[in-house]
Design a protein around this ligand. Structure first.
Ligand SMILES: Nc1ncnc2c1ncn2[C@@H]1O[C@H](COP(=O)(O)OP(=O)(O)OP(=O)(O)O)[C@@H](O)[C@H]1O
Length: 286
């Protein structure tokens, strides 16, 4: 039985694409609490996007394959419902902003997904206003989406999803095509959404930002969960991350290298004075 207190519950999930030799996901088990932001990291091609698509039902309903196990969103069995129905609950933002935009004006863009859900015209207006406000694009209604910067386009893609009023937002590498300013813009929207109580899953290679913005981090490799814990639990397991060809945020990596070098020297030194000198030089470096 699903736990209705959880926003997302994944249980015994395995998946294999047709015409492939191996399962891309192997017995995945985890849950996400309401209002929690989970970061998913892992090397390239290990199944992160496939896992995200299992959570909104795109896999296996649109992208077919052999699926075992269960995914529940707010207690509903995702694979029993249809994808259109799930999009009322789970919003999905993809990597490339311009591929998600198709309308002439920004307000039409935000209205588009709502139109597909059958939201009445009258109800659309306040929703457009709210959604653009949440992503900091109020006043841009009549402009063309193509006139926006990459970061603004991705914020618009998020607004279009928010207008459908999902309670869960999944973002698959939403910042990989953006410059540092655009990345900051998208992550600050994520922080706002968290304040509104939105549940989120964000897949990204940006470990600095994952560490800062996510409550917990799931590390996926070879289709299996390798680590799952708070940012500080996961990112202090530096040797394990390195084994998986991943790394921790720069500052953690730096301190790890320092500790390793100076621990060794401290062990060799027997005198207090010598130890103090070693520590002093370490701190100067930092
Ligand atoms: N439609 C498909 N048919 C067959 N194999 C697929 C299909 N889509 C993805 N794959 C394969 O499944 C594996 C996992 O892909 P997936 O996109 O889920 O990984 P990922 O971790 O998100 O990768 P990335 O970090 O590059 O986005 C890859 O080997 C990929 O080539």
């Amino acid at each position: 039985m699903p736990d209705s207190k959880k926003a997302i519950e994944v249980s015994g999930l395995s998946f294999q694409y047709p015409d492939t030799d191996e399962k891309v996901l192997k017995n995945i088990n985890f849950s996400v609490d309401h209002g929690e932001i989970l970061g998913i990291i892992g090397p390239t091609g290990v199944g992160k996007s496939t896992l995200a698509m299992c959570i909104n039902g795109l896999v296996p309903q649109v992208i077919s394959g052999e699926l075992e196990g269960k995914v529940y969103v707010k207690g509903m069995d995702v694979h029993q419902g249809n994808v259109a129905k799930m999009s009322e609950h789970v919003g999905f933002v993809f990597q490339e902003p311009e591929n998600q935009l198709s309308q002439m004006t920004i307000e039409e863009e935000v209205a588009f997904g709502m139109g597909n859900l059958g939201v009445p015209r009258k109800e659309m207006e306040p929703r457009i206003k709210d959604a653009l406000q949440q992503v900091g694009l109020s006043g841009f209604e009549k402009r063309s989406p193509l006139a926006l910067s990459g970061g603004q386009q991705q914020r618009l893609a998020i607004a279009a999803v928010l207008a459908m009023r999902p309670t869960i937002l999944i973002m698959d590498e939403p910042t990989s095509m953006l410059d540092p300013k655009g990345k900051n813009e998208v992550y600050s929207v994520l922080r706002n959404l968290k304040d509104y109580g939105m549940t989120g899953i964000i897949i990204d290679h940006e470990v600095e930002r994952i560490a800062e913005y996510c409550d917990r981090v799931l590390v996926l490799s070879e289709g299996e969960i390798q680590m799952l814990g708070t940012s500080s639990e996961v990112f202090t397991e530096i040797e394990k991350l390195h084994e998986l060809t991943l790394h921790a945020p720069q500052v953690t990596e730096f301190l790890y290298q320092y500790n390793r070098e100076f621990d060794q020297e401290l062990k060799l030194s027997t005198k207090l004075e010598e130890s103090i000198k070693i520590l002093e030089s370490a701190y100067k470096g930092v």
